[in-house]
Design a protein. Structure first.
Length: 107
């Protein structure tokens, strides 16, 4: 949040008020404050590494190791970052096993 002028090559600058509101939200809802099992596992898998994407964590890699890499190129998925393609409850901050789509629907 401190360098939005250079956000992956784009200028994502926000007003001071918006920046503060978003930062407050991120800190309040961070994995460090969560008691959700997945949050704890992701956080533990990061350790002291500088990781900016969940797909780079050892937890994510372990959980998705049996999914063919080509699947992430499917038109309905497009990338590893599209969690919602398979995890229907991700927008609620949940990753419940019974809410994961059957990947055969993408093949």
């Amino acid at each position: 949040m401190s360098d939005l002028e250079n956000h992956f090559g784009d200028d994502a600058s926000l007003s001071e008020e918006d920046t503060k509101n978003i930062l407050d939200f991120l800190l309040e809802n961070s994995a460090e404050k969560s008691t959700k099992e997945v949050s704890v596992k992701v956080l533990n898998s990061i350790g002291n590494k500088d990781i900016i994407a969940i797909t780079q964590t050892s937890f994510w890699k372990k959980e998705h190791k049996d999914i063919p890499k080509e699947l992430f190129k499917n038109e309905k998925i497009k990338s590893k970052a599209n969690c919602k393609a398979c995890h229907t409850d991700i927008e609620k901050g949940l990753i419940e096993d019974d809410k994961i789509k059957d990947i055969s629907s993408f093949m």
